[in-house]
Design a binder for this molecule. Structure first.
Ligand code: G3P
Length: 223
């Protein structure tokens, strides 16, 4: 059973969180999760999953899986492969790696069969509703234009979070709803919870920070 509120850090392909740096960040999150009791997960590059998953107790997620079965598929990411590598779950349909609805549905069922947590990114209320009918474990609403920016979705577009929660709850009562894009500090996380979200998905605010521990501590400070 997933414990919320939850903070999921997607380290993307930032140099600051590749290889050894991914592990340092995962260890830091593990430390803060243990200290605060707050649920945290880290989504690392496929090549860093085993490296991190072997070393930390927090869930390590893949950043992407493809809707494929074992066999003749070159350069794709097989759900079984991320499971064997030690992933506890996976992001699906990040704005930087979009899939069509049919493929999202397949990825969710393939991941579910493998007992991988599923966190599906969505870009608007309509997509959030559509994806919720596939019953992933979590969705994360992230307006693409705010990703990597300085203003949190909770400030720039609180309506999209509120309306997503409202719309999704009319069709799915169990999916956890995160929000992301521009989230940087504890105030943003607190606002996300006030808007009805179960947590946040973020990246640059932590990964690009000079002092990542200070930022991670601040994220947990108001909840
Ligand atoms: O997956 C998280 C994400 O796309 C948000 O990125 O840098 O705005 O926190 P960022």
């Amino acid at each position: 059973m997933l414990k919320t509120p939850m903070i999921v850090l997607n380290v993307k392909t930032y140099a600051e969180a590749t290889g050894e740096n991914a592990l340092l960040l995962a260890r830091l999150m593990e430390k803060l999760s243990n200290e605060t009791g707050l649920s945290m997960a880290i989504a690392v590059q496929a090549s860093d999953i085993t490296f991190c998953a072997k070393e930390v107790s927090i869930p390590v997620y893949a950043q992407h899986i493809d809707p494929i079965k074992p066999g003749s598929n070159t350069g794709w990411t097989l759900p079984e492969a991320v499971k064997v590598a030690g992933a506890h779950g996976t992001l699906i349909n990040h704005s930087e790696h979009r899939l069509n609805l049919a493929d999202i549905d397949t990825c969710i069922s393939r991941a579910r069969d493998l007992e991988l947590d599923t966190l599906v990114c969505t870009n608007n209320v309509a997509t959030s509703k559509a994806v919720s009918t596939f019953y992933p474990l979590m969705i994360a609403i992230e307006p693409p234009e705010l990703i990597g920016g300085d203003i949190s979705v909770t400030t720039a577009d609180p309506g999209i979070v509120r309306n997503t929660v409202k719309a999704v709850r009319t069709i799915n009562n169990t999916v956890k709803i995160l929000c992301g894009a521009g989230v940087k500090n504890g105030k943003d996380v607190k606002k996300a919870i006030e808007l009805g979200a179960d947590g946040v998905l973020l990246a640059s605010g932590v990964v690009k920070a000079k002092d990542k521990e200070v930022v991670l501590r601040d994220l947990t400070s108001d909840i």
